[in-house]
Design a protein around this ligand. Sequence first.
Ligand code: NAD
Ligand code: UD1
Length: 332
Amino acid sequence: MVLLTGGLGYIGSHTAVELLKAGYEVVIIDNLSNSKEIVKEKIEQISGKKVKFYKGDVRDYELLEKIVKENEIDSIMHFAGYKAVGESVKEPLKYYDNNIFSTLALIRLMQEHKIKNLVFSSSATVYGRAESMPIYEDFPVSATNPYGRTKLFIEEILKDMYVADNSLNIAILRYFNPIGAHESGLIGEDPNGIPNNLMPYITKVATGKLEKLSIFGNDYNTKDGTGVRDYIHVCDLALGHVKALKKLETNSGLVVYNLGTGTGYSVLEMVNTFNEVCGNKVKFVFAPRRDGDVDMCYASPEKAERELGFKATHTLKQMCESSYNFEMKNKE
Ligand code: NAD
Ligand code: UD1
C-alpha cells in the first residue's frame, strides 16, 4: 500500500489515479489546507477503485501511527506542503514549519515502522539560476526564497538519512512546471484566490474570471523576449511517480530525477497555443519582470528516460486543452 501525503492536491490526486490504474492500493492523508474532500470521490470515480482517506495533518505523529497500524504501508509519496513562493517570503515560519516538520514526522515514522520507500516532491527551483540549459541533475543547487530553501533542506535531510541507513530507497523528484488536468475534467488545479502561476491565471482569463494576463517581462534573453519554462502535463508527471516507485522497489537506494519534457516554451507561445484552443479569449499586456524570475528553465529529461523509462508524451496543445476543459467544467 502506498501512503500519499497531500494526496487530494493537484499533483497527488493525479498520481493517485495513476497508482490505482497500475494496481497499487492508495491511502491518503490531507488536511485540506489547499484541497477539498470531494477530490477523493473524483479519484474513485475516475479509477473505479476505493481510496482510504484520513483528514489530518502530517505533523500529527499520533495520526501517522494510527494510519500505519490500520494499513500495511510499504511506500510513501510525500506531496504535502505549502508551495507559494511569494507567501513564503512574507511568512517563512509557516513554510519551514509545515514543509520541514511534516517531512521529519514521516522520516521518524519510516524509521519506527521499517517503511523503506519514499518519493519526495522536490522542484526545479533547487537549481536557482542555472548557468546553462538544459539542466542536468548534477548541476549545483541553491535557493532564492524560503519555499525553495525548504526543498533544498529536505533534499539534504533525506541524503543524510540515506547515509545513515543504506537500506532506505528514496526518490527525489524535481518537477519542472506541471500544468494540465485529467482528461475527464474531474480533477485539476484549483488554487485558492488569485493564481500566481501562469497556467491557472490564463485559464481564469479565458473563462472571464480575470480580465487580462500580465506577461512579466518581454526583454529576456529568449526567443521572443518572454520567459521560457518546461511545462509538463500533470498526468505525465503522475506516471513518472509510478515509474519512480517501481525503481525504488528494485532497491535503488537514493536517486534524483528531473521530471520535465526537455522543451522550453515562452509565455507568448503558451498564450498563443491556449488562444488556439479557447478561441482567442486570453487578452494580455506586457508588464515589468517579476522579482526573482529567471529567463529560462528547462530540464534534461535524459536520466529519467534512461533509468526509469519515463518520457512525457502530451503536447503543449493537449496540455492547454485539458487545462481549459477542467476550468470550463468547474467554473463555479
Ligand atoms: P497542492 O497544494 O495542490 O497539494 C498539496 C496538498 O497537501 C494539498 O491538498 C494540501 O491540502 C495538503 N497539505 C499541505 N500541508 C499539509 C499537511 N501539513 N498535512 C496534510 N496535508 C497537507 O500542491 P501540488 O501542486 O499538488 O504540489 C505537491 C507538491 O509538489 C508540493 O510539495 C509542492 O511543493 C511540489 N511542487 C509543486 C509544483 C507545482 O508547480 N505545482 C512544482 C514543484 C514542486
Ligand atoms: C514557479 C515557482 C517555482 C517552481 C516552479 C516550478 C513562483 C514565483 N515560482 O516558477 O518556485 O519551482 O514554478 O513549478 O511561483 N508569468 C507571467 N504572468 C503571470 C504568471 C507567470 O508572465 O501572471 C510568467 C513568469 O514570469 C514565468 C512563466 O510565466 O516566465 C511561468 O511562471 P510560473 O507559472 O509562475 O512558474 P515559474 O516562474 O517557473
